[in-house]
Structures are given as C-alpha cells and as structure tokens.
Ligand binder design. Structure first.
Ligand code: DAH
Length: 332
C-alpha cells in the first residue's frame, strides 16, 4: 500500500506540474482526490490491513492528500500569473504611437449668427422663448390683426393642414407675440427664434422653410425710437459700424453684399435684401391679448435668420445654407 501511495505521489505531482491550463488541473484534482479518484481507491483497501497498520497508513494517506492539494494550488498560481503576463503583453499600448486625427464638426454658420443675436438680446434682458411650428390660423393671423382677405392667408401662400383653414404651418414667428402676451406677465421682453414655412419657390433668397426671429417688447411708454435704437445696435454688432441700412420703419434691408447695391441675381437687381419687418404693436393686437393699449405700448420685429447669415458671411445663395455640402460648411 505504501508503494501504491508512493507511485501515486510521483505520477500525480508530475502530471500536475505538466498541466498547462486551469481546466486540466481541475480534472487532475478529480482524477486523484475525487470520490472515485485514485487515492480513494487505495484507501478502500484499508480493510485488509491490521488494526496497528491502519492509523499509520491513514496518516500517510492524509499527508499525500495534502501534498497533492498543495501541488495543485501552486501550479494554479503559476499558471494564472503566466496567463496574466501573456494578457498584459498582448494588450500593451504603445503610448508613443502618433494618434489618429478624427475629423470633428462645428456649428453651422447660420447658428453662429443666431448665437450672436441671442447673446445681444440676453445682454439687454430679453427672454428666449420657443413655440409650435404647427399653429392655429387664429394665432398666425387673426389675433395679429391680419383680416380674412389678407393675401398671406391664401392657400397658394400658406401650408394648411385642414380644409377649414384652422391649422397650418406657421408662416412667421409673429404668433409667438400673442402666445407671450397671453401667458407672460408684463412687462415683456422676448425673442422667439424658429422655423417658418411658406409656399415659396426656391431661389437665391427664398426657401419654403426658413428661420425667423421674432422680437417684442411690451412695456409702459415704449416708442419707435426704442425699436430703432435696438435694431441699430443689433445690426451694428453683427455687421460693424460701416454697414448701411435703412431707417427702421416696417422693413429693414441690407445692402446687397454681392454687388454692393448695383443690382445682381442675388438681390434680384434691387441692390437691397430685406432682412426684417418691424413696427409698433397694433393697439388692437394688444387689447385682443388683454393688454390695455392706453397703458402699454410695444414694438416688434421679425428677422430672417438665413438672410442675416448671408450678409454676415457673404453667402450669395440661400440654398447653400440648407444643402449642407461639407465643402461649403468647412469654410466657416
Ligand atoms: N412677421 C413678419 C414677416 O414674416 C415680420 C414682422 C413685421 C414681424 C412686423 C413683426 C412686425 O413683429 O412687427 O414678414
């Protein structure tokens, strides 16, 4: 029995030391120490021994079990170390390799202009508000004092959703005036940038979808002079001191940056491009929103963002703003 144990010792230690992965070590543990394993098989023969021999053999068997277990643990530690080292070697990163430059995008030029305009108005204490592009005709027209016969209400000018003409794609951001007056407390200073839609043919200065920024002030004693001062400031800040513009009355034009005012396809021969409409808020609109026109007055404007961006960046065709050709966008 002693000899059997000695040969089991030699064979098992050799096999354990030669195994090269955690699974085969586990298999060896079962093979030698398991319930049906080789050591158990040897111990089954204890019955044949004399009572004096039994404890001696039992002790030897326990010792052998401990030796095999120790050899297994040692081999496992060595193997896991080797595996870790292999992995570290395989995953080594060469920090001296030059990086791969990733092309990154940047803000669209039109949004640069919008950000400039927002900054100017935030600096003057204006709030920036957002509103629906799908609008009620009531807000887009009626509450703005645009009567039933007005040409902009025509089906050839406006995208309507319903046959009764009640719901439409807003044609201007001016309905935001009414939303503001109906929901905010006075005084009001707000701008509302957003998309607007008209059944216009696409050309160098038109698109069926474009962006407008509505601006409005309602306060006591607001005058046309305030409007003029504000618009002068905005236009001067964006275009610099030398920019020629008309007196703000109800339309503000910028001199065509393509031809300098001589007339060309960009300005359709006019030398000027309209960038905004503006004026004093009609007393009827004020009272329609529950504001007393004898106490409050207001001015408002609606400026076309694409056309402002065209002026700022000397863009000669509005279509370039929407086409998003990277060769165009990369220039800004
Ligand atoms: N909503 C007008 C347009 O789309 C622009 C405009 C004119 C806005 C006068 C105003 C205003 O707020 O007072 O052409």
């Amino acid at each position: 029995m002693k000899e059997l144990m000695q040969s089991l010792r030699e064979a098992s230690i050799k096999a354990i030391n030669e195994s090269d992965n955690p699974e085969s070590i586990e298999a060896l543990r079962v093979k030698y120490l398991g319930k049906k394993g080789e050591l158990t098989a040897i111990l089954r023969q204890m019955g044949k021994l004399t009572p004096e021999e039994r404890p001696v053999m039992g002790q030897l068997a326990n010792q052998l079990r401990a030796e095999i277990e120790e050899a297994i643990e040692l081999r496992k530690t060595i193997l896991s170390k080797a595996i870790l080292e292999k992995q570290l070697e395989a995953e080594t990163v060469d920090v001296t390799l030059p990086g791969e430059a990733q092309p990154i995008g940047h803000k669209h030029p039109m949004y640069n202009v919008l950000d400039q305009i927002k900054d100017i108005f935030i600096g003057m204490g204006f709030e920036i508000v957002d509103g629906p592009e799908v609008e009620l005709a009531d807000y887009n027209f009626t509450k703005l004092n645009i009567d039933e016969g007005h040409p902009s209400r025509d089906w050839t000018d406006t995208f309507y959703f319903t046959e009764d003409g009640r719901i439409l794609l807003r044609t201007q951001t001016s309905p935001m005036q009414v939303h503001a007056m109906e929901t905010k407390s006075l005084p009001i200073r707000m701008i509302a940038p957003g998309r607007v839609y008209r059944k216009d043919e696409v050309d160098a200065t038109h698109s069926p979808m474009f962006h407008q920024i509505e601006g409005m002030v309602i306060d006591k004693g607001v005058t046309m002079a305030d409007l003029k001062a504000t618009l002068n400031l905005v236009v001067e800040k964006i275009y610099g001191d030398h920019f020629p513009f008309t007196e703000p009355s109800c339309e503000l034009d910028i001199q065509c940056h393509k031809c300098g005012g001589k007339g060309c396809p960009t300005c359709k021969g006019e030398g000027w491009i309209e960038v905004l409409g503006a004026g004093m808020v009609h007393p009827k609109v004020l009272s329609g929103c529950g504001i007393d026109p004898d106490v409050y007055s207001g001015w408002a404007f609606g400026m076309g963002l694409e056309r402002l961006a065209m002026g700022e960046y000397k863009i000669t065709d509005l279509r370039l703003i929407f086409e998003n050709d990277v060769r165009f966008l990369e220039q800004f």
